[in-house]
Design a protein around this ligand. Structure first.
Ligand SMILES: *Cc1c(COP(=O)(O)O)cnc(C)c1O
Length: 414
């Protein structure tokens, strides 16, 4: 097998390259078909509107929605903010400054920051928020949500699949629970949509966020599914203006971006089954070879309930930064989050009970549409070599190999 070109991109959970078919579909909308879809009086506007309508159908078809239920946004961050803030404020049980909680929201401690931070802001503004903590498998179940429900619960927001681990929550069961209690149900499905079959009806979802650049479309565009019947969901808009997108999201539409998202959705719908199967075989080989060749490694999160293309592996007895340096030809994410000055261990791994040291020496590898067997071979080889080499420098690893239980060692304090 020929050696792959370096560096190798294994960070598809962070963003994906645009599919060339997507770029091709977008190009006419920068120059020839440049109209404003809001211009109702001439052909330029009509052509643009036609393109947006088609994209709306393509996105709706991907998630089992009606096209009228698709609201275009700038991405999942905005979709999440609109769903959470717009939903909480619209459905509040008591007005602000009344001294009573404005309403209760249930979410998950290992959501993306684009859910956690809007929830924290709502908390400051008088809503009660429960952040459910999953166990070591990283999964939120309907039973956990049920236990947290209160008489004043107005909104549940649980991600479909986690971006750091790939683990999949019990979304249809949580959807059914919310339906039975008449509670609004939002899911951040950014990592799920376009990779796995999605049916907002069957899963009882009222609000769903998705993003183009996580599914081989352009950056800066996404959508929010807003249910129109049973129930007809209302939201307080975040942005007021020209009343586009049924008044939920004013502003001239990003026509070329929306066309790109539509095309990406069409391709994903047609190809996700074969693509998922192919990536699962490669990911299994990656995981199985690495864990067979290296002791003291662990795969984080539930072993089965996971997206086919994401893995998160912790390597004991190596130092995180050294590992990243040794593997710099492999573009992936570490278990450290760069805050302003220091390296913080990932809050996701921390919540799962992974220790700080081990969190720092963890890698999230996420495969994608153009990942090859040769790239996986190279990656396996590189990681195994790097970890073995770093461990030769580790006195702790020597002690571990000699059978010393490191948790029982009494260290001298200086
Ligand atoms: C990437 C990501 C987001 C943010 O999406 P943008 O479109 O980049 O704003 C939100 N949630 C999850 C789970 C993600 O993976």
């Amino acid at each position: 097998m020929t050696a792959p070109t370096l560096p190798i991109y294994l960070d598809h959970a962070a963003t994906t390259p645009c599919d060339p078919r997507v770029v091709e579909a977008m190009l006419p909308y920068f120059t020839e078909i440049f109209g404003n879809p809001g211009s109702r009086n001439h052909q330029f506007g009509w052509k643009a509107e036609e393109a947006v309508d088609k994209a709306r159908e393509q996105v709706a078809a991907l998630i089992g929605a009606n096209e009228k239920e698709v609201i275009f946004t700038s991405g999942s961050t905005e979709s999440n903010n609109l769903a959470l803030r717009g939903g909480a404020i619209m459905y509040e049980k008591a007005p602000a400054n009344s001294g009573k909680p404005r309403g209760h929201i249930i979410t998950n401690a290992i959501e993306h920051k684009a859910v956690l931070d809007p929830c924290k802001r709502l908390q400051k503004e008088g809503f009660d928020v429960t952040f459910l903590e999953p166990g070591p498998d990283g999964i939120i179940t309907a039973a956990m949500v049920q236990e947290a429900m209160r008489a004043d619960t107005i909104l549940v927001s649980i991600m479909w699949a986690n971006n750091e681990l790939g683990v999949i929550n019990d979304i249809p069961q949580i959807g059914a629970l919310c339906k039975s209690r008449d509670v609004l149900f939002h899911t951040d499905a950014t990592q799920w949509v376009g990779k796995m079959p999605t049916d907002v009806e069957a899963a009882g979802i009222d609000l769903l966020s998705l993003s183009s650049h996580k599914m081989y479309g352009p950056k800066g565009v996404g959508a929010l599914f807003v249910r129109r019947r049973k129930p007809r969901v209302r939201l307080t808009p975040l942005v007021d203006g020209g009343g586009q997108e049924r008044g939920f999201r004013s502003g001239t539409l990003n026509v070329s971006g929306i066309v790109g998202l539509g095309k990406a959705a069409e391709i994903a719908k047609a190809e996700m089954a074969a693509e998922g199967a192919r990536l699962l075989v490669m990911r299994r080989r990656l995981e199985e070879t690495i864990t067979a060749q290296l002791d003291s490694t662990q795969i984080n999160g539930h072993r089965e309930k996971r997206l086919p293309h994401i893995t998160n592996i912790s390597f004991g007895f190596v130092e995180g930064e050294s590992l990243m340096m040794a593997c710099k030809e492999i573009a992936c994410s570490s278990g450290s989050a760069c805050t302003s000055a220091s390296l913080e261990p990932s809050y996701v791994l921390k919540t799962l009970g992974v220790g700080d040291e081990l969190a720092h020496s963890s890698l999230r590898l996420s495969l994608g549409r153009w990942t090859t067997d040769a790239q996986i071979d190279y990656t396996i080889d590189k990681i195994i070599t790097a970890v073995r080499k770093l461990r030769t420098l580790s006195p702790l690893y020597d002690m571990h190999k000699e059978g010393i239980d490191l948790s029982k060692v009494e260290w001298a304090h200086h």
